[in-house]
Structure formats: structure tokens, C-alpha cells
Design a protein around this ligand. Structure first.
Ligand code: TYD
Length: 152
């Protein structure tokens, strides 16, 4: 078996089908385990609750003010799931065709899947935090940070 060729084909099939699959935002639900008298436990696995292989996890912690905005960018290829950890998140998304979506995330057992090429603004509450699961490693080349470039 020529592993190089096969892994190349597989990578590209996975990549193109992922980009085609995720063209609209989606609320994903996590498995919840109630641990009596201790509190709840939530579980997300790549390829299951998070429907892509997870390449990176990052979190934003301790927002300095109410309504602090994070994001203000789109990703060219990375798919991400945003989950509130503490406090409420308001997420505004804009699709490549200009369709807008607004979500309020408060439940730790639910996240928002943000497809590639969606402009995002994430409004946080003071001292709030959230965690993000991404399908790609960090690469500044994957970012569109200029809104006028996004709108072209
Ligand atoms: P940025 O994505 O602009 O933050 P936010 O959208 O939450 O306001 O990232 C802030 C800085 O952190 C920027 O210089 C890029 C860097 N960064 C990394 O080095 N690795 C990462 O995984 C992320 C998400 C950001």
C-alpha cells in the first residue's frame, strides 16, 4: 500500500467534506453526567459531540468588563465550537452571504459550532469565561481579521 498517496487522498476528502458539511451554525449538546451532591460533569469527544477531530483547545478567562467583545474575525478553514464556562455569551455570526445569526449561550452542556468563513463577535460578561474547540492548530494565515476583506 502506498501510504503517502492514501493519506493524501484521505486528508483531502476529509478536508473538502468538512468544509462542505459545515455551512450553517449549529448548537451541539454534550453528554451530561450528574454526579450526586458533587455537581455535573460534561463530556465532549472529537468525532462525537464535537463532530470533527479536535486539534486545539483554547479558553478565554476572566473578561475584564461586561460586554467585552472577543473575536472580530473569521477563519478560512478552521471549524470551532464555543462553549460558555462562566457567565452568558452573546454570539453574533455573519455568513459569507451576509446572513446574520445571534445566539445566547448560557448552558455548559451546549456549544455553538461556528463554520469556516463566518465573521464572529463574542460578547462576554464581566469575569466570564468560555472554551473553544478548534479543528485546526493555531495559524495566523487562517484568520481574516479585516472586516472589509471579509465582505469582499
Ligand atoms: P485573538 O484570536 O485575536 O483573540 P480574541 O478573538 O479572543 O480577541 O488572539 C489574541 C492573540 O492570541 C493573537 O495575538 C493571537 C494569539 N493566539 C495564539 O497565539 N494562539 C491561539 O490559539 C489563539 C486563539 C490566539
Amino acid at each position: 500500500m502506498d501510504f503517502t498517496i492514501n493519506s493524501f487522498i484521505l486528508t483531502n476528502i476529509t478536508k473538502s467534506s468538512q468544509l462542505e458539511l459545515y455551512t450553517t451554525p449549529l448548537i451541539v449538546s454534550f453528554k451530561t453526567i450528574d454526579v450526586a451532591e458533587k455537581g455535573s460533569l460534561f463530556v465532549a469527544e472529537g468525532g462525537k459531540e464535537i463532530p470533527f477531530p479536535i486539534k486545539r483547545v483554547y479558553w478565554v478567562h476572566d473578561a475584564k468588563s461586561d460586554g467585552e467583545v472577543r473575536g472580530h474575525h473569521a477563519h478560512k478553514e478552521s471549524i470551532q465550537v464555543v462553549v460558555p464556562m462562566h457567565g452568558k455569551l452573546k454570539v453574533e455570526l455573519e455568513s459569507p452571504t451576509g446572513e446574520t445569526f445571534t445566539y445566547e449561550l448560557i448552558k455548559p452542556n451546549e456549544g455553538l459550532l461556528v463554520p469556516p468563513l463566518f465573521w464572529r463577535r463574542i460578547y462576554m460578561e464581566k469575569e466570564g469565561s468560555c472554551i473553544c474547540f478548534a479543528s485546526k492548530e493555531y495559524n495566523e494565515e487562517d484568520y481574516i481579521r479585516d472586516y472589509s476583506v471579509f465582505k469582499k
